[in-house]
Design a protein around this ligand. Structure first.
Ligand code: PEP
Ligand code: MG
Length: 805
């Protein structure tokens, strides 16, 4: 069934929705429809249906028609504020009503006096189009005024076709999130209403959550029904797509829980402690809303902002589809119309969806519950301005999570955190950078079975041999404690000498700097003996905020870090966002390959206003020779020249005349290959081994499936480093390393042997890096570098390093 005629719920002036003086309705945020300005005080059913909800204030009602379209009738504007005064409901939820039956009585004069407006929007809250019949006229109660299709149909005047097929699910993991998201996408161009039925369950094919709740495994027979003018075309497309296994080869999916994938060491170290599972915790939201209009706008804004903050990979696309899901949104809208807050409505809607996924008993779908919860908590975080709650961290906690966001990590109580193990993630994702800075051992890409470990289980996290051992025996505990004790001893020795300048055993000066993201990091770096800052990641100042920091805010932060470092050099990297660091207030078009897209200096050159503001803030905040500026993601000398022009303008603007050192990061193979040309233009080069590795080896640094490939000790990466040093040397330009390899004390002799003269490590590791440099001679380091360059694998290089230490 498709089109249903709606009859005027009361006598009055019939107009288009656009005339409602409230953008929530006029811009169709609640759905398509029409408006009536009533001349009588009884609201009647516009068609046969069932009452879905009536708020206690009885100023609105939602009916579900027989074609499943939900119609919201909202008497007047902002009438929720009347708290029910002047309204009385004549029906209750669940009741079946017939066309013309009185639903709500209201005091026309009182409501006209006390409310913002009496105009009454009537909208299809579940989506779908509404065709208004001759708007701009006076109508009597019961006159036909519109035709409404159920969600998805758009042309109810054309001949509606009903057709059905049976398709078999061939996709290896059934109708899981990716195929479901693709079905939703596939049907976008079609107007037909498409319903899938499996066993006793039915789903709107445009709702990812409804599709998932079908619980259709490989081999399931699905009955697909479509109605509308293009029903046949929609069915054809769907059938074809089903025969192509919904485009799903099954590759790249998480392994089933018992097939454990190999963990990857992201931050070296060993910890003994107890497992504590981290799942995005509940954010409290008030049940009652502040008025329908305000709540709808808040929800729409939160959905938009959350959508914009998601990436462009398959999972992010599936998350975006969840955000725009018509069933979820329809239910949330109805709850808001009942007077609930946006947060409460969204949470209730997602909880209902999660419950139906759980009911399927399917392990893959259980993982989708995590997606729903994740996206719900992100959205609630945006709505409430609160970050997602984090668990209480008891002493010696080994935190286990699906993945962690940098913001979640930053909210943890680090003092008691012994280690982290994530089921997903990659070793150089930004949360790993933060964990390294805090000196917290971390395993990533451990596979989904770690999510099944019980809270409180004793465990050893060995982030050197990539193992998480649960319920270890006494021998394993004894061995781990012995390693931890000997590390502690070595660390005590390193700490004792941490404040001394650093040279190799035969006297070659190597500067050991620290990577920073905050003033606290700067203080920690000074305490740890860092001789300067080799990389200030300014983007941490820009992430997780609603708007860009002002010039004054930036200046204050840079000045505070400069002061904390005393006169030590401070290398401030200009904004490196884009890629895996999207920023909600800088709307960017979704990119198919964000890592190869407009990130780092490319974004800065596309937004010279932001760049110039940042450069002025740096120049004004960091005095004299302490100030060095570094550009991320360089791949062409033209980029350096372009930034130089902006820098000149910024210098003029702040009245600074003394020269400021400018350097570039070598993060792309291109930059390594043109190191000589870059060195001719700048004062220093610093190798970002995280990105250089991902680009050299074509392995995404955040993708768990290739995490073990992202190894900076790969000979290809080492040869690029050697090439950089050689090119830079022609212009007497020094080369440092500020990527994660610089924070690995075992790699320090190799890097020094390759000709690196500055190592920038996370503050906690600075003493150990210094100790490692002091232990070698230049001739031994060079010999080691030569052997490593000739090695045929990262494993071989690692074995050479072990031999050396
Ligand atoms: C790098 O790529 O090695 C680097 C230091 O930059 P980031 O990790 O911030 O991308
Ligand atoms: Mg980088």
């Amino acid at each position: 069934m498709t089109g249903i005629t709606l009859h005027a719920p009361f006598a009055g002036w019939l107009g288009p929705l656009d005339e409602v003086p409230d953008p929530v309705f006029a811009e169709r945020m609640m759905g398509d429809g029409f408006a009536i300005d009533p001349t009588e005080g009884v609201l009647r059913a516009p068609a046969d249906g069932v009452v879905v909800s009536v708020p206690t204030s009885a100023h609105a009602i939602t009916l579900r028609l027989d074609n499943d379209a939900d119609i919201l009738l909202h008497i007047g504007l902002e009438t929720v504020a009347l708290g029910g005064r002047g309204f009385s409901s004549l029906v209750t939820p669940g009741e079946r009503v017939s066309r013309g039956q009185p639903l709500i009585e209201f005091d026309l004069d009182k409501v006209a006096r006390d409310a913002k407006d009496l105009i009454t929007p009537v909208v299809a809250a579940s989506g779908g189009s509404v065709r208004v019949i001759n708007p701009g006229r006076l109508v009597a109660a019961g006159d036909p005024v519109a035709e409404v299709a159920s969600s998805g149909a758009s042309d109810t005047t054309a001949v509606a076709i009903e057709a059905s097929r049976v398709i078999t699910v061939l996709a290896p993991h059934g109708l899981h999130a990716r195929p479901a998201a693709r079905i939703v996408q596939l049907l976008t161009p079609f107007a037909a209403t498409v319903t899938l039925a499996h066993e006793d369950k039915q789903a709107n094919a445009r709702s990812i959550v409804a599709l998932l709740a079908l619980g259709a495994a490989q081999g399931a027979q699905i009955h697909v029904a479509a109605s509308g003018t293009d029903a046949i075309a929609a069915l054809d497309a769907l059938e074809r797509f089903a025969s192509e296994r919904f485009g799903d080869s099954g590759e790249g999916l998480p392994s089933p829980p018992l097939a454990r994938s190999g963990s990857v060491c992201a931050v070296p170290g060993i910890a003994i402690g107890h497992v504590r599972q981290f799942r995005a915790a509940t954010i409290n939201v008030a049940e009652q809303g502040a008025g329908m209009e305000a709540e709808v706008v808040a929800l729409q804004n939160a959905i938009r902002a959350t959508g914009a903050s998601l990436g462009t990979d398959d999972l992010a696309q599936a998350h975006r589809t969840i955000l725009n899901d018509p069933d979820l949104n329809g239910l949330a809208s109805r709850l808001i119309a009942d007077g609930k807050s946006a947060g409460w409505a969204w949470r209730t809607a997602t909880e209902q969806a999660s419950a139906s996924l759980r009911e399927t008993g399917d392990i893959f779908l259980a993982e989708r519950v995590a997606d729903l919860e994740d996206i719900a908590s992100q959205l609630l975080g945006r709505l409430t301005g609160r970050s997602v709650g984090v668990p209480v961290i008891e002493p010696n906690t080994i935190l286990v999570a699906h993945d962690l966001l940098p913001s979640q990590f930053q909210a943890l109580d680090l003092a008691n955190l012994a280690g982290i193990c994530t089921a997903a993630g990659g070793p150089t994702a930004h949360v790993a950078v933060l964990a390294a800075a805090a000196g917290i051992p971390m395993l990533v890409a451990a596979g989904p079975d770690v999510l099944g470990l019980a809270d409180g289980d004793p465990a050893i996290l060995d982030a050197e041999n990539c193992r998480l051992t649960v319920n270890p025996d006494t021998a394993a505990l004894g061995a781990a404690s012995a390693v931890i004790a000997s590390r502690r001893e070595a660390r005590t020795g390193a700490l004792r000498a941490a404040q001394q300048p650093c040279t190799t055993a035969d006297g070659t000066r190597i500067e050991v700097f620290a990577n920073l993201g905050s003033v606290d990091d700067a203080a920690a770096a000074v305490r740890a003996g860092a001789e300067g800052c080799g990389l200030l990641r300014t983007e941490f100042l820009f992430l997780d905020r609603a708007d860009a920091p002002t010039e004054a805010e930036q200046q204050a932060l840079y000045a505070a870090i400069a002061t904390t470092l005393d006169d030590r050099p401070l290398i401030v990297r200009t904004l490196d966002i884009g890629g895996d660091k999207p920023v909600p207030y800088l709307p960017s078009r979704p990119e198919e390959n964000p890592a190869l897209g407009q990130r780092g200096v490319r974004l800065s050159l596309a937004r010279p206003d932001l760049l110039e503001t940042q450069l002025r803030a740096i120049l004004a905040a960091v005095p004299g020779a302490q100030c060095r500026i570094m550009l991320p993601m360089i791949s062409d000398v033209g980029e350096v020249d372009a930034v130089r022009a902006v820098l000149d303008r910024a210098m003029l603007a702040v009245g600074r005349t003394e020269l400021v050192q400018l350097g570039v990061m070598v993060e792309t193979p291109a930059a390594a290959m043109i190191a000589d040309q870059l060195a001719a233009r700048v004062d220093f080069l610093s190798i970002g081994t995280n990105d250089l590795t991902q680009y050299a080896l074509a392995a995404d640094r955040g993708n768990a499936a290739v995490a073990s490939m992202v190894d900076a000790l790969h000979p290809a990466v080492l040869r690029l480093i050697a090439r950089t040093v050689e090119g830079a040397g022609r212009y007497g330009c020094w080369v440092g390393v500020c990527g994660s390899l610089g924070s690995d004390p075992r790699a320090a002799p190799l890097l020094v042997g390759l000709g690196i003269t500055e190592l920038s490590a996370v503050p906690a590791i600075v003493p150990e890096v210094k100790a490692a440099v002091r232990a070698i001679t230049m001739s031994a380091a060079r010999a080691l570098a030569q052997r490593a360059l000739a090695a045929t694998s990262a494993a071989e290089v690692r074995a050479l390093l072990e031999e050396q230490s």
